[in-house]
Design a protein around this ligand. Structure first.
Ligand SMILES: Nc1ncnc2c1ncn2[C@@H]1O[C@H](COP(=O)(O)OP(=O)(O)OP(=O)(O)O)[C@@H](O)[C@H]1O
Length: 250
C-alpha cells in the first residue's frame, strides 16, 4: 500500500512541569492494521508516548497527525478523536459501580447513540465469545483481574475504534491471568484493527508485532524494526543490553 500511515509523529518532545524530559525528539510512523509494540526500560517514556496518541498528554514540541489531520491543533475535537482511538489501561479502569453489562453498554449508548437493545446484543455477542456471558450482572470487583481486563478490552472494541492503545495491559495480572488476556489480544490482531501496545511481554512482542519500537532512558527511540531484526540482530548496543537483561531475568 502506498500510504497506509495512521499516526505520523514528528520530533515529539515532552517536558513535565517538574523538568522531567519524558520524550526527546521522537519521530515514528504507525501504520494502519499493524501491531506496533513499544518496549524499553522503566521510565523511558513508553506510556507518555502512548498517552499523547489519544491526547491524555500533550507534547511540549512536535507534531502528531492522525489520518492526515493535526491532532494538536487547538480546534481538533478530542472527544471525537477518542471515539476512534480506544485505550486499555494497566488497571482495567472499569466503572466499579456498574455491572459488567452496564460497563459494556454505557458508552455505546451515550457516545455512539446506539439503541440500548443493539448495544446489549453487541456486548453479549462478544461476552459469549470470551466465555464471560454469565458475568453480566456481576460488578467488576467480583471478577478476576484477567476477566476484568478482558471486559475492558471488549469495552474498547465495542466502540468500533480505528485503533486501540494498550498501556501495559498485563502488568497488574497474576501469571495465570496473563495468558487469557494475551490470547484475546491475539484474536484482535486477526480482525485487522490497529494496535499500539506498551508491554514487557517479550514473547508476545516477538511473535505478534509488525513493528517493535525500542525506547531508552531520556525518552528517545533508539531502534525500530521488525521483531526478527530487533530480537535476533539488534544494532543498537542499548537495545542489546535491554534485551539481554529482560530475556535472561528469569
Ligand atoms: N505527570 C508526570 N510528571 C512528572 N514526571 C512524569 C509524569 N509522568 C511521567 N513522568 C516521568 O516521565 C518519565 C517517563 O515516564 P513513562 O511513564 O512514560 O515511562 P515508561 O517507559 O512508560 O515507564 P514504565 O515502564 O515504568 O511504566 C519518567 O521519568 C517518569 O517518572
Amino acid at each position: 500500500m502506498a500510504n497506509n500511515s495512521l499516526f505520523k509523529i514528528e520530533k515529539l518532545s515532552k517536558v513535565f512541569e517538574d523538568g522531567t524530559k519524558a520524550l526527546d525528539d521522537v519521530s515514528l510512523t504507525i501504520n494502519q492494521h499493524e501491531v506496533t509494540i513499544i518496549i524499553g526500560p522503566s521510565g523511558s517514556g513508553k506510556s507518555t508516548l502512548l498517552r499523547t496518541l489519544n491526547l491524555m498528554e500533550y507534547p511540549t514540541e512536535g507534531t502528531i497527525e492522525f489520518e492526515g489531520k493535526n491532532i494538536l491543533n487547538p480546534n481538533y475535537d478530542v472527544y471525537e478523536h477518542r471515539k476512534h482511538v480506544g485505550m486499555v489501561f494497566q488497571n482495567f479502569n472499569l466503572f466499579p459501580h456498574l455491572t459488567i453489562l452496564e460497563n459494556l453498554t454505557l458508552a455505546q449508548v451515550d457516545v455512539l447513540k446506539r439503541d440500548k437493545s443493539e448495544a446489549i446484543s453487541k456486548a453479549m455477542t462478544l461476552l459469549e465469545k470470551v466465555g464471560l456471558a454469565e458475568k453480566i450482572n456481576n460488578y467488576p470487583n467480583q471478577l478476576s483481574g484477567g476477566q476484568q481486563q478482558r471486559v475492558a478490552i471488549l469495552r474498547a472494541l465495542l466502540m468500533d475504534p480505528t485503533a486501540i492503545l494498550f498501556d501495559e495491559p498485563t502488568s497488574a495480572l497474576d501469571p495465570e491471568m496473563i495468558k487469557e488476556v494475551l490470547l484475546l489480544m491475539k484474536d484482535l490482531i486477526q480482525t485487522g484493527i490497529t494496535m499500539i501496545i506498551v508491554t514487557h511481554e517479550m514473547g508476545f512482542a516477538r511473535h505478534f508485532a509488525d513493528k517493535i519500537v525500542v525506547m531508552d532512558k531520556g525518552g528517545k527511540i533508539i531502534e525500530e524494526g521488525h521483531p526478527s531484526v530487533i530480537f535476533n540482530e539488534p544494532k543498537n548496543e542499548k537495545t542489546k543490553q535491554f534485551l539481554s537483561n529482560v530475556l535472561t531475568s528469569f
